[in-house]
Design a protein around this ligand. Sequence first.
Ligand code: KG4
Ligand code: ZN
Length: 423
Amino acid sequence: MRILAIETSCDETGIAIVEARLASGTTKSIKVLANKLISQAELHAQFGGVFPAIARREHAKDIVPLLTHALKEARLVKKLKHARVLTKKEHAVLSKIFHKEPELFEIFKGELLAVKIPAIDAIAVTSGPGLEPALWVGINTAKALGTLWDVPVIPVNHMEGHIIAALLIHQNDLRVTTNNKQPNTYNLTPVHYPALALLISGGHTELVLMPSKGKYKMLGQTRDDAVGEAFDKVARMLGLAYPGGPEISKLAEKAESAVYVQDANLLIRKLFTPLPRPMLKSGDFDFSFSGLKTSVLYSIKKFETLTDKDRELIAKDFEDSVTEVLVAKTLTAGKKYNVKEIILGGGVTANKKIRKVFAEKVTQEMPGTKLFIPDILLSGDNGLMVGVAGLLRSKPKKNIVANGTLKLAKSVSPTLAELRKRK
Ligand code: KG4
Ligand code: ZN
């Protein structure tokens, strides 16, 4: 089974081509024929966050050229002597799909009618959650390819993709692509249930119980900002670039390794009270990071001028606070539900501190539990995770629609936003 995957839920255009080979036992071997990514992060940096209309525009500009690159890398492109001409019916269907994106339709025709139909069995596409204008670009492209190539299109939940990313263990067979080295083959580790997933990204902070295959139960989620969003906003307060997560992490690391770290507590106490550890003792599995962000703001205000050293210390205290809360809640839930595995997913799992403390604490406090953290290459948004999620789900759908708030599971406790909506 060979799948072409499309990811456009936020500010990364991802295209992957994957092939599943059933290996011995229950381990699936995933061959990566291509895994391409274009990030818009630099473009959004000037707004301090992702601007949906610009994200959509950029996806529409990049998606077909990136697709062609991926097909070439997978050696699936064969130029036709004479470009294909769309039948009346095909033209009508595609015009309808692209009615809001005429430019994209032109690029699509220009590139895809000139080549032979590639040997692809299905297309997987992120249908949510994410920014709807951005999601639509991927969905429409997937639908159009499905029509042109006469293959099924499988909608994928982005968060399920993040869970799967952690279960992909790469083999040591690097392949050299146009600009870097990437693993050629991944083994998809089978999950042992019950398992627990902590999903931490720019838009989500969710603690999800996986009682059995394909079942998800939301134990808790953020009541306000997502953890990645808090990283991004605090970075902005400290005058750092978007995306803020890696920037905060770099500063915090400096504070950690610097000589003055011994004085850190003194310094922090003198200038600001240590940051709170929000909801640590709330007795549930919900999170809240908005207050923490405000505490950072108050702390910053107490400094007359913020030196590099001060910034580093604030970044460290913020990162420590987030880490402490995430680890404590996850371990409490893990013990309560007696889980066999803990799976971390989402862009924030790239954070070194979070990776390290999780590894230490799970070993110390839950020695029988396995911890899965995605390979750094797969921690952020990517097409590969969508492709593998598509392989596992393989439930094609005709009328896929973008769903910005698509859920993995119903929540046991509604968020504030949901409560407000109900009123
Ligand atoms: O999963 P992702 O790539 O996109 C969404 O689906 O949201 O996550 C992006 C988020 C951003 O908020 C970014 O700041 C955060 O992941 N992030 C990090 C790190 N690298 C990326 N947060 C903390 N530390 C990092 N090293
Ligand atoms: Zn994501």
